[in-house]
Write a protein that binds this ligand. Structure first.
Ligand SMILES: NC(=O)c1ccc[n+]([C@@H]2O[C@H](COP(=O)([O-])OP(=O)(O)OC[C@H]3O[C@@H](n4cnc5c(N)ncnc54)[C@H](OP(=O)(O)O)[C@@H]3O)[C@@H](O)[C@H]2O)c1
Length: 328
């Protein structure tokens, strides 16, 4: 255990500890001095360095009995932090993981006397047009009605999801953006800042029994601004290719039509819908009355900025691990 710097050391069970945010959360929990256990897949062989210092339990999150027996076990946890997410974004996988496995965890928490549950969700569920968003909303609803003290954390965009073009611009290819690159915006949050926010939910009453949209520091950022930063930091002249919005609509329409005859193409149609969603919707709090996204109403947290992150990646000539679903 890292040096304890919290008043009360808590016993925390983390689900999805091997993902981008899960690893950051385990690091932050250990750094805060908590006693951490992690549930990983039964067949997992490699354990990320971030989990060193935590107890590792092997359990199938899709099997309620196994999760309760091998994941939760006899230990009585003070809280569960759930960072589970479908690796593919495929509708069936989203319902299996973002919903069913998450509900298994909520049920096991209730059954074993856990008091508190922190759930990593996403800000985009406020305007649910996609299957994975509906699955997440259903899990949020189960948690709200579980009787547990809940924190539903809905972050805006992660740094990794806004880093997909560093390599192509570095190689001299044009930066791609929809329209003029100013139709959408987000308040990017780093893995570390988000993890600190999530860990803070354990002790801050203002973050309990609440749905918490959360972004990073500073003003909202558009795709146009992100491209401008890349050109500035790489010291290359601006080279942009604008993709018309109708291109995405056309792609979705064609794939949806062909998807009626092939499951494989139907899956591609869903991924195209996900792409169109992020090309056209801001990752900011939605103001229903105004019928618009509201950057000022989107809370800021932390100190890491996307521009500094880009500078770091570029200076160290690194590549960013975009994960299996970088576009989320
Ligand atoms: N990207 C963004 O900009 C953004 C913004 C806001 C919210 N979000 C939300 O954040 C979440 C993604 O977080 P992330 O990037 O940290 O996810 P991630 O890196 O893909 O991690 C997913 C975690 O879930 C586990 N998992 C997935 N399927 C599993 C299964 N069948 N059995 C057991 N474990 C399974 C993974 O375990 P394995 O390592 O064993 O696969 C991993 O620990 C999503 O819910 C997304 O909607 C993302």
């Amino acid at each position: 255990m890292a040096g304890a710097n919290v008043d009360t050391v808590k016993r925390i069970l983390v689900l999805g500890p091997t993902g981008t945010i899960g690893q950051a959360v385990v690091r932050a929990l250990l750094a805060a001095g908590h006693d951490v256990a992690c549930v990983v897949r039964p067949n997992r062989t490699e354990i990320p360095d971030a989990l060193v210092g935590a107890a590792v339990r092997y359990a199938d999150v899709s099997d309620p009995e196994a999760l309760r027996r091998e994941g939760f076990g006899e230990a009585s946890f003070d809280a569960v932090v759930c960072c589970l997410a479908s690796r593919t974004g495929h509708p069936a996988d989203a319902w299996a993981i973002d919903h069913a496995a998450t509900v298994n965890a909520i049920d096991a928490a209730v059954a074993t006397g856990v008091r508190q549950f922190v759930l990593l969700s996403a800000i985009c569920v406020q305007k649910p047009l996609l299957e994975f968003q509906r699955a997440k909303l259903a899990a949020e609803s189960a948690l709200k009605h579980s009787g547990l003290v809940y924190s539903i954390v809905r972050p805006t965009a992660f740094f990794k999801s806004l880093s997909g073009q560093i390599d192509r611009v570095r190689r001299g290819k044009p930066y791609l953006m929809f329209g003029d690159g100013q139709a959408t915006a987000c308040k990017p949050i780093s893995d570390g800042d988000l993890a600190d926010f999530i860990v803070g939910c354990l002790d801050d009453p203002a973050r309990q029994n609440a749905i918490l949209p959360i972004g990073g520091p500073g003003p909202a950022v558009t795709p146009q601004q992100q491209g401008a930063w890349l050109f500035e930091l790489l010291g290359t002249p601006s080279k942009v290719r604008r993709v018309p919005f109708w291109f995405m609509d056309g792609l979705v329409a064609v794939l949806s039509l062909l998807g009626r005859f092939s499951h494989r193409v139907a899956d591609k149609a869903e991924f195209a819908r996900i792409g169109r969603y992020y090309a056209t919707q801001s990752m900011l709090v939605w103001d229903d009355a105004a019928g618009a996204y509201d950057a000022d109403a989107t809370p800021s947290f932390g100190s890491d900025t996307l521009k500094d992150f880009y500078a770091d990646v570029i200076n160290k000539a690194e590549t960013v691990d975009l994960g299996d679903h970088g576009i989320f």
